[in-house]
Design a binder for this molecule. Structure first.
Ligand SMILES: Cc1ncc(COP(=O)(O)O)c(C=O)c1O
Length: 482
């Protein structure tokens, strides 16, 4: 919720009160240096005890509502026929408008089943942008992903409101080039995670659907951040300014042949699902559920989470809920932008994305600038962010690094977890780091897993130990900090 102050400023105000808290610790900077070294300069390998603000992701880390927690107490643990599932099914029908709902243990499980059933070797899957697990699954089953975003999508300093749109000319060319029968489906991600949480517009989605339907190509929507995308449509797409979040979500979903999501985001639980109104699709997917996930009425999720998901789906239609992270992200991005710190604009859903290629332009791309920046942010603030750049890419068939389209340090803003003073602190430390950016150097791998290397890979400063130099400069301004 945004409110106007007497001095004319508009600030995000939390539309809830805090009733349960979890302690967090700002450990001294020397401890942070130890922790990041032990974790191989990879923020995935840090422990909670060493983290002050965890902005790694919003996945499974949103604060749940009182009603979600209460619902967990009345869950029905029946292996088959759980009443909790029927509440989820009702919420999926009422909010998303789908007939069938197949719970799975999390978003990538949905991607696994969809790839297994719909992606054949030689197929292509056009999309507005890939997500790491999506790409891994589609390629495992022999598909090739084609990112056919608009020209503006990779411009990190932009005013374009819908950088998550699909380029329709490129979509038409793709169909012509490969033939519609080779296009497994077209995938639209609601706010493109890896390029700044940027939304698609409903007019673009409608045009994608029209072209897909004319060519017999199914439209798959990744709805992990569906309510945030809907909120951004309401804010930015004139035609929808008077529509409710529920109406916008319903309209998006009505265009999808299949929708899947990670329940860890907009739904504020831990789980996932596939939903469709197409009986043939349901009949194909359903038999895989007990093999890979669990019986239809729990699909690998705890029934407590299923109860909370049913509530979360209804709550995400509230304007204050859909907008709670987005408003704070906008404030965060604008505060950095006005100080000249390079961030992805316009602000999107999910996170404040700092543009490492402009923040530390002296670091060559194959020395992993976004990886260095996430480590440096942790050292100087105790804030854990996530590398979304070349470290998050896979090597090509010849073992060469594949430079990422963008080099971003992603500071996720999980719903209702952090307050304005946290954001002000983050802005202050990022500004200090920006003023000392020349001290930050590149990284090189010391341990590199073959797939999704960003999760467990370990790195170290390339050349001199710039981590130590950064710590020394920081201490001369702030002491040990804790
Ligand atoms: C857009 C998108 N799709 C799929 C996934 C995978 O979901 P999960 O982490 O629940 O497996 C994520 C996770 O962050 C995501 O952001």
């Amino acid at each position: 919720m945004k409110l106007k102050l007497a001095d004319g400023r508009e600030i995000p105000v939390e539309p809830h009160k805090v009733r349960i808290v979890q302690k967090s610790y700002l450990v001294p900077i020397e401890e942070r240096l130890r922790a990041i070294r032990e974790g191989g300069y990879n923020t995935f390998l840090l422990r909670t005890r060493d983290i002050f603000m965890d902005m790694l992701t919003d996945s499974g880390t949103n604060a749940m509502s009182d009603n979600q927690l209460a619902s967990m107490m009345v869950s029905d643990d029946a292996y088959a026929g759980s009443e909790s599932f029927y509440k989820l099914e009702d919420a999926v029908k009422d909010v998303f408008g789908f007939e069938y709902c197949l719970p799975v243990h999390q978003g990538r499980a949905a991607e696994h089943l969809i790839s297994k059933l719909f992606v054949k070797p030689g197929d292509v899957v056009p999309m507005n942008y890939h997500f790491t697990t999506t790409k891994a699954h589609f390629e495992t089953f022999g598909g090739k992903i084609l990112e056919i975003f608009t020209d503006e999508a990779l411009n990190t300093s932009s005013q374009e409101p819908f950088k998550g749109n699909l380029d329709l000319d490129k979509f038409a060319d793709t169909i012509k080039k490969y033939g519609a029968d080779k296009v497994a489906f077209v995938r639209m991600e609601a706010t493109t995670n890896l390029i700044g949480g940027q939304p698609f517009s409903l007019s673009n989605l409608k045009a994608v659907k029209k072209m897909a339907a004319e060519n017999g190509i199914p439209l798959v929507v990744d709805g992990s951040l569906i309510s945030e995308n809907a909120y951004l449509i309401k804010m930015r797409e004139k035609e929808y300014k008077d529509s409710s979040i529920l109406e916008i979500i319903r309209e998006i979903m009505s265009l999808a042949d299949i929708m899947y999501l990670s329940g860890r985001k907009s739904c504020s639980v831990r789980g996932g699902m596939i939903a469709t109104s197409n009986k043939d699709h349901f009949d194909r997917i359903m038999p895989c559920l007990p093999v890979y996930e669990g019986f239809l009425t729990y699909g690998g999720m705890s029934t407590k989470e299923i109860e909370a998901m049913a509530v979360g789906i209804r709550e995400m239609t509230e304007l204050e809920v859909a907008g709670s992270s987005v408003d704070m992200i906008e404030y965060f991005v604008n505060r950095l932008d006005e100080r000249g710190i390079p961030v992805v604009t316009p602000p999107g859903g999910l996170a404040c994305h700092v543009d490492a290629s402009r923040f530390v332009p002296h670091i060559p791309q194959l020395d992993y600038p976004a990886g260095s920046l996430t480590a440096a942010i942790y050292l100087t603030s105790g804030i854990r962010s996530m590398e979304r750049g070349t470290v998050s890419m896979e090597r090509d068939g010849d073992g060469n690094d594949v430079p990422s389209d963008l080099e971003l340090a992603r500071l996720a803003v999980p719903r209702r977890v952090y307050t304005m003073s946290h954001v002000e602190y983050a802005v202050d430390r990022l500004e200090w780091l920006y003023n000392h950016r020349d001290l930050v150097g590149g990284l090189e791998f010391t341990h590199e897993p073959p797939v999704l290397r960003f999760f467990f890979g370990k790195l170290r400063p390339k050349g001199e130990d710039w981590g130590l130099k950064l710590v020394e400069a920081f201490k001369s301004d702030f002491g040990s900090d804790a």
